[in-house]
Design a protein around this ligand. Structure first.
Ligand code: ZN
Length: 203
């Protein structure tokens, strides 16, 4: 395949190799025959699927939350548990998937509950590392809600660990991000961890 020289952004867009050509080339380099029946539509399918799986690049938290913020005096912890997540590891472009548990302690303002999984989508649907995903969700909720605290725990299985390399098929990676009272106040943290561990998730 011809080498393409990239000089400026504008030029890069002009000369960009079509996505499906890249997939076609990849199939050939893997030793496949992209012309055989089962693979003929594969470049188109891979393009559609990868663009969908990384659609978070085109999303942002403000848009997702919209006007679903409400003034409310509720003072207790709000926790949404067992939110399914699917993401892609940026090191291998292989999926990692599992559950997230998100909680916050409001400070006069709450968010529509269905918006919390959508905030996760903004960050999960792009190339990620689980640690950054966890932090980004916590920081986004802090920005939007200005709460007394936020806690996020993500438990995930990484196909790059399960299918290749170490082949540790049952190891689950757990990450957490604690902000405000979740970090500084033992009682709040304990309540959160008790809610999170109230049930365990297994494949
Ligand atoms: Zn990986």
């Amino acid at each position: 395949m011809a080498q393409v020289k990239f000089e400026s952004h504008a030029e890069r867009v002009e000369e960009r190799i079509p996505f499906q050509t890249l997939v076609h080339e990849m199939l050939e380099q893997l030793g496949e025959d992209p012309k055989r029946e089962g693979l003929r539509q594969t470049p188109a399918r891979v393009e559609a699927s990868l663009k969908w799986l990384t659609r978070g690049y085109g999303m942002n938290v403000d848009e997702v939350i919209g006007d679903a913020l409400f003034e409310e005096k509720h003072e207790s912890m709000i926790c949404v548990r067992d939110i399914e997540i699917y993401s892609m590891c940026e090191h291998h472009m292989l999926p990692f998937f599992g559950r997230a548990h998100v909680a916050y302690l409001p400070n006069g303002r709450i968010v529509g509950l269905s918006k919390i999984p959508r905030v996760l989508e903004v960050f999960a649907r792009r190339l990620q590392v689980q640690e950054r995903l966890t932090d980004q969700v916590a920081d986004a909720l802090c920005d939007v809600l200005k709460p007394l605290g936020v806690g996020v725990v993500v438990e995930a299985y990484h196909l790059c660990m399960m299918m290749r390399g170490v082949e540790k098929q049952n190891s689950k990676t757990v990450t957490s991000a604690l902000r405000g009272a979740f970090r500084d106040d033992g009682k709040t943290r304990d309540e959160f961890l008790r809610l999170v561990h109230g049930g365990s998730f297994a494949l």
